[in-house]
Design a protein around this ligand. Structure first.
Ligand SMILES: Cc1cc2nc3c(=O)[nH]c(=O)nc-3n(C[C@H](O)[C@H](O)[C@H](O)COP(=O)(O)O)c2cc1C
Length: 213
């Protein structure tokens, strides 16, 4: 034992190997299978993922929640005027990272990010609790505000504005979808001999390979 609080180390002992014979020929069933396990075992926020974007070559990461997933890609919702959305508008390349520590699993996904259709954003927005809908109107996400009171005053104004009316989606809030061309599934194993399986899209076909840990 050392006194260094950062010198933490565990051995990944589940040895839940990613066997070659079990690997599907595209990454989606593997993602879905792992996600189903995370749903049961990771609490809270099994759908939390780090979204990384680029600002003039500077990588920037933050956590967002995955809300939809299908063969088209991975959808999350945010403010279209936020820093992340502006970075994506400048350069649509992005990556997603899931880390499910008690499962000893990480998934990295890379691709391009596009806006989803307004209708899809409307549908999701209306499914949100009223407080979150008011918040989407009230918060100029990523802009400087002087005090918490300023934010609370903005919330009160929006509540007043919508009194007795349906709180519909603001135009500057909605979904973004990362359309993947690269996945890496990482399964921890003993003595750092982890499994790493990559899927890469090559002319419309998923190619798979194994990387050294
Ligand atoms: C668990 C968790 C979930 C979050 N989910 C979202 C989300 O779905 N959408 C979002 O815009 N921000 C979400 N955030 C806040 C972001 O991490 C970030 O602070 C915010 O989006 C502003 O980022 P930006 O200034 O880079 O645009 C979440 C944060 C945490 C810790």
């Amino acid at each position: 034992m050392t006194d260094n609080p950062y010198d933490q180390r565990i051995d990944y002992t589940k040895n839940n190997y990613l066997e070659d014979k079990d690997l599907p020929d595209n990454p989606f069933p593997l993602f879905e299978g792992w996600y189903q396990v995370a749903l049961k075992r990771i609490h809270p926020d099994p759908n939390a993922m780090v979204l990384s974007t680029l600002k003039d070559g500077q990588p920037r990461g933050r956590v967002v929640l995955l809300k939809q997933m299908d063969k088209k890609g991975f959808t999350f919702f945010t403010n279209y005027d936020s820093a992340k959305a502006q970075e994506i508008a400048q350069d649509p390349k992005g990556s997603l990272t899931f880390f499910w520590n008690t499962l000893e699993r990480q998934i990295r996904i890379e691709g391009s990010i596009v806006k989803i259709a307004d209708k899809e954003s409307d549908e999701y927005f209306m499914s949100r609790p009223i407080g979150s809908r008011i918040g989407a109107w009230a918060s100029p996400q990523s802009s400087e505000i002087k005090t918490r009171k300023e934010l609370e005053d903005r919330v009160r104004k929006i509540q007043e504005k919508f009194k007795g009316e349906e709180v519909v989606r603001p135009q500057n809030w909605g979904g973004l979808r990362l359309e993947p061309h690269y996945f890496e599934f990482w399964q921890g194993a003993s003595s750092r001999l982890h499994d790493r399986i990559v899927y890469e899209l090559d002319k419309g076909v998923w190619k798979q390979k194994r990387l050294a840990p």
